[in-house]
Design a protein around this ligand. Structure first.
Ligand code: SAM
Length: 311
């Protein structure tokens, strides 16, 4: 059996039942399979800059996603919310116990909660994230725990669905396996695991290009990002006991205006632009990331999979 002990001093966690009398404006409609609600039934958390992870660090030492968050970005995954929604269309949530790995600033959390799950547990290794997601989850009777996703402390076969976005790419090969293995352990047989990560294309991309991409990404985002090709992601998931039910891609357009308008809305983009203009240190980091994303253009994608635990 794989490690079940909690980390960071947390006890093994049980699922909190989602309250029957939730404050969901569309709760009665949210019973159909995969019926993800778009209405803001669970309100967006108001996040002060000081609440953000790494907000006290100098810009040059911050991880790329927290740089973007400090500038006002809230959707921190490569394929944007569009790929998230496509993925969730293939991931029935209503009436299911759901665990979300690495909820970040809670954009997908709200989609999950508004779809009427039977239980919700967020798992993030960052304390500030737990402080942001905790109240959101608690508003519907769920919880968020501080733990590494490779050692959640959750019981074997205790959940129906695991969802995790923009968090596997930043792990080593061993780290990716440990987290996928943990998803397998906590899922009941037949349970679904949905991931949304950074992809490389095409499948036969030259190894030296892959190496350059990994090195340049690591320098620009200060995270050892190791994106994989679609074939590599598939092979990894299959080798950890999953069968692939669905896969989809969207362009890796994290810093493109069109994507930001779609993900953050006009007020969000105006806030980001104002912050970029008034924070030269953060702007320098964004320009560096943009150069790398542009250099590798089509070789980088957002990629999502919905897979099923085989046994
Ligand atoms: C790029 S953000 C993505 C946040 C969110 N999923 C999204 O797509 O907007 C990465 C998140 O993964 C969390 N994270 C990274 N590695 C983790 C691990 N091994 N266990 C738990 N959380 C992790 C970070 O704390 C952060 O919240």
């Amino acid at each position: 059996m794989k490690n079940q002990s909690g980390v960071y001093g947390i006890d093994p966690v049980c699922f909190g039942p989602v309250n029957d009398e939730r404050n969901l404006t569309n709760a009665t409609d949210a019973t159909k399979t995969g019926d993800i609600k778009t209405a803001n039934a669970v309100a967006a958390p108001v996040i002060a800059e000081s609440q953000l992870p790494q907000s006290d660090r100098e810009a040059e030492h911050m991880q790329g996603h927290w740089v973007l968050a400090k500038l006002g970005k809230r959707v921190l995954r490569p394929g944007g919310e569009r790929l998230t929604r496509r993925m969730l269309e293939h991931t029935p949530i209503a009436g299911k116990r759901v665990v979300e790995f690495a909820p970040g600033l809670g954009r997908t959390t709200r989609l999950i909660l508004n779809a009427g799950p039977a239980g919700y547990t967020g798992v993030d290794r960052d304390e500030q994230v737990v402080n942001i997601i905790g109240p959101l989850a608690a508003s519907v009777g769920g919880a968020c725990v501080r733990a590494d996703a490779s050692q959640t402390g959750l019981a074997d076969e205790s959940t129906d669905v695991v969802i995790g976005e923009a968090m596997l790419t930043m792990q080593s090969e061993r780290g990716k396996r440990a987290i996928i293995g943990e998803a397998h352990r906590i899922l009941k047989p037949g349970g679904l695991y949905a991931i949304h990560e950074m992809g490389l294309a095409p499948d036969d991309l030259n190894d030296s290009v892959k190496d350059s991409i990994r090195k340049d990404l690591a320098k620009a985002i200060k995270v050892n990002a190791r994106p994989l090709t679609a074939a590599e992601w598939r092979e990894l998931l299959e080798s950890e006991g999953f069968e692939v039910l669905w896969t989809g891609t969207e362009p890796m357009a994290l810093l493109k205006m069109r994507r930001n308008l779609a993900d953050e809305g006009v007020p969000g983009v105006l806030r980001i632009v104002r912050n970029v203009l008034t924070h030269p240190d953060l702007r320098a980091r964004v320009m560096q990331m943009r150069r790398v994303f542009n250099t590798y253009g089509d070789a980088l994608t957002g990629i999502a999979f919905v897979v099923r635990r085989r046994d």
